[in-house]
Design a protein around this ligand. Structure first.
Ligand SMILES: [Zn+2]
Length: 360
């Protein structure tokens, strides 16, 4: 088994069910687990972020989120820990096929690998890379956030007591956040709603196993991740996630290596929708569970002071590809303008802590 992080003990618990369940909408049940409780203003801002996703995604599923403020690392605004469900690629492939409802889905499904074992370029335990087509567990099994699994139609038994994800915001920045967009974002403030929408995006499945490879590869000793300290240390277990099915570095080149120049593609690598980030330690310095830093997307790895944004068509395309249904389809990738943007002032991250569970 590789790294399994324990959920921290949670102090005060207060169930806050904000949304009446609806038969045809994405519903969030929010549970404030902050020691002192979030303020009404903070809760309202998080609710705005949750409502945003409910308006963009139509899957009739309920997602349980623990939310709150706690201490995080330096320059980290928010952090999301998701529960993961593990199954084999064939199951996921079949679920995505059954769930396909958009033109983008159809393009994506036409370019999926046949399975049962995925073939891809992968980073090895010793830091080398190779075309990994040997049919080991890492080729066959994938981990999904339970929220993502629900979007694909898997029956997943989460609850307030056993949530899909836990989203934590930094105590250190509680006073630097602005909790409403009314009147604009002051130039010395961080938009909490943007950060909350971003973190929910991770919970919904915008994550990459490449981050775990980046963390657990040499020179770190494999034992630090609870695995053997061998060059093939990544072969015997699952590492990758649904978004990694759309990670390419050239036409026909599926690529889950740390570093390099991978991008999000739904047509087998022919068209790059957006570059991915490639790893904190051995990549571009940003977690691979993000788009690249230089385009304005909700799922880029940072938000700057004075900025706010919602999901771009590229963010939404990623959600569509991994099994969510969009309330409004996104345009064809070829029509999207490249939006190059500037400066990141503060990092954010989805420090990933795995909680494994078993799909029904
Ligand atoms: Zn993030």
């Amino acid at each position: 088994m590789k790294q399994i992080y324990q959920r921290p003990m949670l102090a005060a618990s207060l169930a806050l069910a904000f949304l009446a369940p609806s038969a045809h909408a994405l519903t969030f049940v929010l549970h404030d687990v902050s020691a002192g409780g979030m303020s009404a203003q903070q809760l309202a801002a998080f609710q705005t972020a949750a409502n945003y996703w409910s308006g963009k995604l139509s899957d009739p599923v309920t997602i349980y989120l623990d939310i709150g403020f706690n201490n995080l690392g330096q320059n980290i605004l928010g952090s999301t820990s998701s529960t993961f469900a593990i199954t084999d690629y064939n199951n996921i492939h079949n679920a995505l096929l059954a769930d396909a409802s958009s033109a983008l889905d159809n393009t994506a499904m036409a370019h999926m690998q046949s399975g049962p074992a995925l073939k891809f370029w992968a980073t090895q335990g010793d830091g080398s890379s190779r075309f990994d087509n040997d049919g080991s567990a890492n080729n066959i099994y994938l981990g999904m956030t339970t929220a993502n699994a629900k979007a694909m139609g898997f029956g997943i038994g989460t609850s307030i007591a056993s949530p899909d994800a836990s989203i934590v915001f930094a105590n250190a920045y509680a006073g630097d956040f602005v909790y409403t967009r009314a009147g604009g974002i002051p130039s010395d403030k961080v938009d909490f709603i943007t950060v909350a929408q971003h973190e929910i995006g991770h919970a919904l499945g915008f994550t990459s196993g490449v981050d775990d490879i980046d963390y657990c590869m040499a020179p770190r000793n494999g034992a630090a991740c609870g695995i053997s300290n061998t060059a093939d240390r990544f072969e015997g277990d699952w590492w990758y996630e649904p978004l990694d099915l759309f990670r390419y570095s050239a036409a026909g080149v599926a690529d889950v290596r740390v570093g390099g120049t991978p991008y999000f593609s739904v047509d087998g690598g022919v068209t790059s929708i957006a570059p991915f980030s490639t790893g904190t330690e051995h990549g571009n310095g940003w977690q691979a569970s993000h788009f690249g830093p230089n385009q304005v997307n909700l799922m880029r790895p940072f938000v700057g002071d004075g900025e706010w944004y919602d999901a771009s068509n590229k963010d939404l395309a990623a959600m569509d590809a991994i099994g969510w249904d969009l309330t409004s389809p996104v345009p064809e990738p070829g029509t999207w303008a490249m939006l190059l943007a500037g400066l990141g002032l503060l990092g954010w991250t989805s420090r990933r802590r795995r909680h494994t569970s078993h799909p029904a």
